[in-house]
Design a protein around this ligand. Structure first.
Ligand SMILES: Nc1ncnc2c1ncn2[C@@H]1O[C@H](COP(=O)(O)OP(=O)(O)O)[C@@H](O)[C@H]1O
Ligand code: SF4
Ligand SMILES: [Mg+2]
Length: 354
C-alpha cells in the first residue's frame, strides 16, 4: 500500500511532470476508439464517437467540453458503469486489461482498486443513513481482508489526508454533518482508500464555491503526486485546468477535437472550438459575465454534416465546402510531438494566436 502523507500540500508546478521518467512507461489507462451509443425512444443516440486517450501514472489528463459533449459517458464507460441502454465499443485498457471485453463479475474487483471515480454531487454519492467512516470502512474492506479496527484506522488516516480536521472524531459523523466541501473530500477519501491506479473526477468542483474549488483541485493534484495515480479530470471549464493539468483533451459532439500539453492548448490552440473556449475563459484581466460561444452545441441526435462544429465556426466560411461535407480527423500538428487537432483549416494553415 502506498503511504498517505499527512495533509500534504501540493508543491511545485504540475507541468514539471512532463519530464518525469514515469511517462516512459505504459499508460495505466488507454481508451481506444471508444464509442458509446444510447438506445433512445426515437432511435440510437451516439454520445461518444471514437475517443482515443491515454493517461500515465502521476499525470493529470483533463477532458474539457461543453455540456452534452460526451464527457460523462466517456467516464462511465471507462468504469463499466453505463446502463444496459448503452452500447459500448472499442477498448478501455486499465493496466492492460480491457474492461470492455470482460464480464461484469471480473470488473467488480478492479473498480475501486484499479480505477475509481468521483462525481459532481457528493451528497448523492454518499449514503445519508451511514456515517462517513462506515462508508469508507466498507469500501476498504471490499478490497482488503482486515478487521474493522484496522479498517477504521485506515478510514481516519485517509480522512486526515484529504484534509478533514479532527478526523478521529469526524469519522463518526453522518454526511449531513459535513459541509459541501467536506463531503467532497469524504467522497475523495472513499475513492482513494484502496489506492487506485486511476482516478476519474467528473466535474468534481462544479457545485462548490470558488475558494473550495481551488482547495479540492489542490487536494486532487496533491494525491495524484503522492499516490502516483493518473487523474482524469473532467470539466466544462477550461480555466480550471490551466494550472493543474498535464495533458488536455477538448471534446465536441462526442469526439476529441484537439489534444496536447497544457502549453499546446493554451499557447497554440489550433482548433477554432478551443479558441472559442479560451475566449470564454476568465483570466485575471477579465471579470463579470463572459461571452458564451454563439450557436447550439452539436450532440448525437442533431449532428451536423462534415465538421460537427461548422454551424458555429468563425472560419467555416473561409474553408467552405470541406467543412460542411468532410469530417476532419484528429491529426498530429506538424513539428509537435503530441499536439493534435481535427480541423480542415489548421491542417493547411496556422491560426492567429488566440
Ligand atoms: N442515459 C442516457 N440516455 C440517452 N442519452 C444519454 C444518456 N446519457 C447521456 N446521453 C446523451 O449523451 C450525450 C453525452 O452526454 P454526457 O456524456 O452526459 O455529456 P457531458 O458529460 O459532456 O455533459 C448527450 O447528448 C446526452 O443527451
Ligand atoms: S473543420 Fe472547418 S468548421 Fe470545423 S473547426 Fe475547422 S474550420 Fe471550423
Ligand atoms: Mg457530465
Amino acid at each position: 500500500m502506498v503511504e498517505l502523507g499527512k495533509n500534504g500540500e501540493h508543491g511545485g508546478s504540475r507541468h514539471a511532470v512532463h519530464t518525469s521518467p514515469l511517462l516512459d512507461q505504459q499508460p495505466v489507462l488507454s481508451l481506444r476508439d471508444l464509442q458509446v451509443t444510447f438506445r433512445g425512444t426515437s432511435g440510437p443516440v451516439p454520445a461518444v464517437n471514437g475517443v482515443t486517450l491515454e493517461a500515465h501514472a502521476g499525470q493529470v489528463v483533463a477532458i474539457v467540453g461543453e455540456s452534452g459533449s460526451g464527457k460523462s459517458a466517456t467516464a462511465l464507460a471507462s468504469m463499466g458503469l453505463l446502463p444496459d441502454s448503452a452500447t459500448v465499443t472499442g477498448s478501455v485498457l486499465v493496466e492492460g486489461t480491457d474492461l470492455n471485453a470482460i464480464p461484469e463479475k471480473q470488473r467488480v474487483p478492479l473498480r475501486g482498486s484499479s480505477i475509481a471515480m468521483i462525481f459532481q454531487d457528493a451528497l448523492a454519492a454518499l449514503n445519508p443513513y451511514r456515517t462517513v467512516g462506515r462508508q469508507i470502512i466498507d469500501a476498504y474492506r471490499l478490497h482488503h481482508d482486515v478487521d474493522k479496527r484496522t479498517a477504521r484506522e485506515r478510514a481516519v488516516e485517509v480522512l486526515d489526508r484529504v484534509g478533514i480536521r479532527d478526523a478521529t472524531r469526524r469519522v463518526d459523523d453522518y454526511p449531513h454533518e459535513f459541509s459541501g466541501g467536506m463531503r467532497q473530500r469524504a467522497m475523495i477519501a472513499m475513492a482513494v482508500v484502496n489506492d487506485p491506479t486511476i482516478l476519474i473526477a467528473d466535474e468534481p468542483t462544479t457545485a462548490l464555491d470558488v475558494t473550495v474549488q481551488r482547495q479540492v483541485l489542490d487536494l486532487l493534484t496533491g494525491l495524484t503526486d503522492d499516490l502516483g495515480m493518473a487523474l482524469v479530470l473532467i470539466t466544462h471549464d477550461l480555466g480550471v485546468v490551466a494550472e493543474v493539468a498535464d495533458q488536455i483533451a477538448v471534446m465536441y459532439a462526442g469526439r476529441i477535437v484537439e489534444s496536447g500539453s497544457v502549453l499546446d492548448i493554451f499557447d497554440h490552440p489550433a482548433h477554432p472550438y478551443t479558441q472559442a473556449l479560451l475566449g470564454a475563459t476568465p483570466n485575471l484581466e477579465t471579470s463579470g459575465r463572459l461571452a458564451a460561444i454563439p450557436g447550439v452545441p452539436a450532440s448525437g441526435t442533431n449532428l451536423p454534416s462534415g465538421c460537427p462544429f461548422h454551424p458555429r465556426c468563425a472560419f467555416a466560411a473561409e474553408v467552405g465546402e470541406a467543412c460542411r461535407t468532410k469530417r476532419p480527423v484528429l491529426e498530429l500538428r506538424p513539428g509537435t510531438p503530441a499536439h493534435r487537432a481535427a480541423c480542415h483549416f489548421t491542417t493547411d494553415r496556422e491560426l492567429p494566436d488566440a
